[in-house]
Design a protein around this ligand. Structure first.
Ligand code: NPQ
Ligand code: MG
Length: 374
């Protein structure tokens, strides 16, 4: 492996940005109308790095939320990393390990340190992680729409662009009829559903009905904490269960696989506390023969770039939610990521994450900043 240069961090900047979405994104836990996120900028002597925090404005997807992540980063995490030597990227997580939880905040800081490091070394994140692909196949996540017709129209638009897998968001009351109608209209399209934990074992008959629709997977039907009930459901279904919210570490992944709680895992670096832990989730799954894919949290180009690097790993054998910039934003923060007509997208090959925010866009989208010095 490349010997790492020493990067003297002079400061860490936090920057909250807000970007308009192309359309509201509705899930079982709520509706997002604009994207707000924290960017972490690591400022070295002659290089800079970027990381993105996926905590949303309200703690709906998980217990983390944007203002909480901001405070944890500002008060403890950034000072902790600035206050001592960070000789390799793994040291970031070690320095903030005493802080319980707050994985999305930790992940953003680790990503920014990784990026500055790799830029100084001239190495791409994909190369550093031992990625095996320079392009990855993409799927798209479709929010809950008021009518089947609207949902179908949106889906047909994505298929025309080349997306290789459609994931439909479901919630109690908007599930079987909609999914069945879409399946009938599109008999050969790779389809999956994501419940974001909105159901309980009382809904077992619903999942048995969905089991007849040749879905690629059913994502996170039950609550985050419910590994045992997921295992009981998986035993009744042919369709693989994919866990998202329930997998918060490589240890969770190993437990879920051993229990038979899932047959697929959605990997998101923010949810598991960092890119390096995400790689370990991948490694656990690969050793167990469990296919994985890279999820999405409506990231700007900064977070999207890191997700694409992870998607180049050998065990990532399913199309993920790594969609193009224009799926979410009229204007991204970075140069836009563009889908090829065959439904693939290029993995950035430049040093670090390979992209950076466009200065004018960054200024125009910034809501607040905080500069933390040693
Ligand atoms: C999922 N993502 O797989 C998540 C859920 C999600 C692309 O379906 C702001 C921040 C809005 C995080 C909306 C996709 C979000 C968000 C949805 C996460 O479960
Ligand atoms: Mg999900």
């Amino acid at each position: 492996m490349t010997p790492y240069p020493v990067v003297e961090l002079k400061a860490i900047e936090l920057r909250e940005v807000a970007l308009p979405l192309v359309r509201p994104f509705r899930t079982s836990f709520g509706e997002e109308r604009e994207k707000r996120t924290i960017l972490v900028r690591t400022i070295g002597d002659d290089v800079e790095g970027w990381g993105e925090c996926v905590a949303s404005a309200e703690p709906r997807y998980s217990e983390e939320w944007l203002d909480g992540a901001w405070m944890a980063l500002e008060r403890w995490m950034a000072p902790g990393v600035l206050g001592g030597e960070v000789k390799r990227p793994g040291h970031v997580v070690e320095r903030v390990r005493w802080i319980r939880g707050h994985r999305m905040a930790k992940a953003a800081l680790e990503a920014a340190v990784l990026d500055v490091w790799l830029r100084k070394a001239g190495v791409s994140l994909s190369y550093y992680l031992s990625g095996v692909r320079d392009r990855i196949t993409c799927g798209v996540s479709v929010g809950i729409a008021p009518t089947v017709e609207e949902m179908l129209e949106e889906i047909r638009g994505y298929l025309a662009k080349g997306y290789r897998r459609i994931k439909m968001k479901i919630e109690p009351g908007r599930d079987l009829a909609v999914v069945r109608a879409v399946r009938e209209a599109l008999p050969d399209t790779p389809l999956s559903v994501d419940a974001n934990g909105a159901y309980t074992p009382a809904h077992t008959p619903l999942f048995e009905a969905l089991d007849e629709l040749e879905l690629m997977m059913i994502e996170q039907p039950y609550d985050t904490e419910d590994l045992m009930d997921h295992a009981a459901l998986q035993a009744r279904l042919r369709t693989p269960i994919c866990l998202d919210e329930s997998i918060r570490s490589a240890r969770d992944a190993a437990a879920a696989i051993r229990l038979g709680a899932c047959r697929v895992i959605n990997i998101k670096p923010g949810r598991v506390g960092g890119i390096l832990e995400a790689k370990r989730v991948h490694d656990v799954a690969l050793r167990s023969g469990v296919p994985v894919w890279i999820g999405g949290m409506l990231e700007t180009g900064v977070g999207r770039a890191a997700n694409l690097a992870l998607a180049a790993l050998p065990g990532v054998t399913l199309p993920g939610d790594t969609s193009a910039s224009d799926r979410y934003f009229p204007q991204d923060l970075t140069e836009p990521f563009v889908l090829n007509p065959d439904g693939t997208m290029a993995v950035p090959g430049g040093p670090g994450i390979g992209v950076e925010p466009l200065p004018d866009r960054l200024e125009a989208c910034t809501v607040r900043t905080s500069l933390i010095k040693p």
